[in-house]
Design a protein around this ligand. Structure first.
Ligand SMILES: [Zn+2]
Length: 305
């Protein structure tokens, strides 16, 4: 079996999923996380494609095969981004979630949860009369160094039309929204929409200048508007930021001990065999879904002619 199953532009009859206009529940999102967790890299892509086929949502595959040289070592990194496009407006909004997981982790919260939210958005928003163009991007090989999203940005022919990129990573556990990296350079347009959406939903909201790495970084490096959204356990936004800031500034020479109260709860699970759907909750998934949907609709409204 080849690593890269060729993906074609698929148009299948929508039979299995309910009407697109119906709202997506936290339980449905959780079932999607259970569906993708623990699968092989091929299996994770196949799961996404299967769900899109069931919804009758067209998609495109963006396969890549790139060699990375580090010292005397050359690694071939293969993968395939999966892209869903809605709308034909002049400006383009990207919502991204990485589909890959680190080896030996089921990859439920990181990042089956983000994938589930993206699938939910595909189902609910596909039939809207958009004022923008929307690209829902399931990025591959984020864990190997943002490879899929960097390839996407390198091949992007719509850069001049780019309005914003919203990244979803680690959105399945907890009760506070953690947004960043806020720096005023490449988020001045999108951030007010994220703040307003979180406020309208009444979610506990934290935004920070330092932030864990993820696919938003590929857009940031290209100078493209971007922001990242996570949902984390109470207190984790501050713990995570303190830890990253401490390491970057040299105040900390190592991360806090995992048993320390300063150690982020989310990191005890991420990239470990414990990252299973048992620790992912429908309520966190619902927060991520509703917030992202609200931001997307606000961005769309902003481009109303
Ligand atoms: Zn991740």
């Amino acid at each position: 079996m080849t690593l890269l199953r060729p993906l074609c532009f698929a148009l299948a009859a929508a039979t299995a999923w309910p009407l697109a206009a119906q709202s997506v529940t936290g339980d449905e999102l959780h079932a999607l996380v259970r569906g993708i967790e623990g699968r092989s890299p091929d299996g994770r892509r196949a799961f996404i494609v299967q769900q899109l086929d069931r919804m009758g949502v067209p998609y495109e595959g963006m396969a890549f095969d790139t060699v990375r040289v580090r010292g005397e070592r050359a690694d071939t990194i293969r993968g395939e981004n999966i892209i869903v496009r809605f709308g034909a407006g002049p400006r383009r909004v990207v919502v991204g979630a990485h589909l890959d997981a680190v080896p030996r982790s089921p990859g439920a919260n990181d990042n089956g949860a983000g994938v589930a939210v993206l699938l939910g958005l595909a189902r609910q928003l596909r039939d809207r009369a958009w004022h923008v163009s929307v690209e829902l991007c399931f990025f591959d090989q984020e864990e190997r160094g943002l490879v899929g999203s960097l390839i996407y940005v390198a091949r992007d022919t719509a850069r001049a039309r780019h309005l914003a990129m919203i990244n979803l990573d680690v959105v399945g556990t907890g009760e506070e929204v953690y947004v960043g990296p806020v720096d005023g350079q490449d988020d001045a347009f999108v951030l007010p929409h994220v703040r307003a959406a979180a406020e309208s939903l009444g979610y506990p909201y934290f935004e920070e200048a330092v932030y864990p790495g993820s696919d938003y970084g590929a857009f940031a490096r290209a100078g493209l508007e971007n922001i990242s959204i996570a949902v984390v356990p109470a207190g984790d936004a501050k713990r995570m930021t303190d830890m990253i800031e401490g390491m970057q500034s040299g105040r900390l020479t190592a991360p806090p001990d995992t048993a320390s109260p300063a150690y982020p709860i989310a990191l005890k699970v991420m990239h470990t065999p414990r990252d299973s759907s048992a620790l992912v909750t429908p309520s966190a998934l619902t927060m991520a879904f509703e917030l992202t949907r609200a931001v997307l609709l606000r961005l769309d409204d902003s481009q109303r002619p």
